[in-house]
Design a protein around this ligand. Sequence first.
Ligand SMILES: Nc1ncnc2c1ncn2[C@@H]1O[C@H](COP(=O)(O)OS(=O)(=O)O)[C@@H](OP(=O)(O)O)[C@H]1O
Ligand SMILES: [Mg+2]
Ligand SMILES: [Mg+2]
Ligand SMILES: [Mg+2]
Length: 385
Amino acid sequence: MGKDDKYAEELEVAVRVVHMACSLCQRVQQKLVSDNGGGGHVKSKDDDSPGYCCRMSSSVKVFIGDSSESRVKNNYVKDWSIQATVSLILSETFGSENVSIVAEEDVQTLSKADSEGLLAAVVKAVNECLAEAPKYGLRIPDGALGTSQILEAISRCNSSGGPTGRHWVLDPVDGTLGFVRGDQYAIALALIEDGKVVLGVLGCPNYPLKKEKGAGEAWMQPLIHGNKKLEWPNSARQIRVSPCVDPALATVCEPVERANTDQVLYSRSRSDHGALDAFTYCSRRTEPMRVHSMVKYAAIACGDVEIFMKFARSGYKEKIWDHAAAVNIIEEAGGVVTDAGGLSLDFSRGLYLEGLDRGIVACCGARLHKKIIAAVYASWEASNL
Ligand SMILES: Nc1ncnc2c1ncn2[C@@H]1O[C@H](COP(=O)(O)OS(=O)(=O)O)[C@@H](OP(=O)(O)O)[C@H]1O
Ligand SMILES: [Mg+2]
Ligand SMILES: [Mg+2]
Ligand SMILES: [Mg+2]
């Protein structure tokens, strides 16, 4: 989160609306986990790619895979609901003509004739969520909202960002698999102005709060379940990245799903060239911390781990909503995030992180980052010999 006064109102609203979204997600996840007896039914993509299955409740069978056809849409009710809620609150606060939103979910599936049930569920969830808004100190539209208003709110999030102007960037729920497993997920809202991320808020309802340190311009605070005085920013405490500069002592944070990461650079670096292996190099001390979602970045920002590297498989283009809020928080907490070539991520070129060199390297500080980039180069060059 940037604390620049220029964005004080935006940050205030972003924190509050992400709180509301967390509250919605917690209700849904608790029900999900209790219905399926603990979330342990979900198989990973590694086990059964691409169409592994998960039982969400006694009556619903869920298929999750890489293609949208195999997703069970019910699981996206919360995503659409959060997207609608954020869109409505931002429009109400700043005026819809001033609000441009880039967000993950589209409205097509929901608008189809056979999606009446889904749409009804979204309308119900949004109205329930909005009813809580005053407790979070947020202004809401008058009266209960109907389907057309909610569809409109979701479809308004159709901006594709770009190099000029202000654009909100939203991932309503990041880490879908973590969510259905009853595990880690995140709600991510950022503001980009003229191509730069100027504030980011990450809601991580299942991430434990423990560290008592910090001095940066990033904060973490416990989730507050809407009461008259939302204790933001009073109950927030500043966070700071780990001071570690030695790769041999650093802990790496990894995705849970190996299918989401390259394994290209990873396996190349493990070939017989005797090359420095960037991955083993920086994970000698402990086992990697494997968590779903942008919580990986949050873990660096608050000093729990030191390194996160993501080298997506070739052909996969990273979307800005999967990184914007988290990158801002790491940087404000003293960390560094670049591509594998050492250049800053470019949020100014639309929906995707265009021009990304191989992948993303996030570290707790510049000194460690420099060493990791050098290690990645060494692995890369050796593997291309
Ligand atoms: N093939 C592939 N390669 C790389 N990245 C992908 C891929 N497919 C999906 N995604 C994006 O990854 C987001 C989830 O990543 P995670 O780090 O949470 O994955 S993991 O659950 O820890 O394995 C996930 O975000 P959400 O859709 O918001 O959950 C996707 O944006
Ligand atoms: Mg995501
Ligand atoms: Mg998402
Ligand atoms: Mg998704």
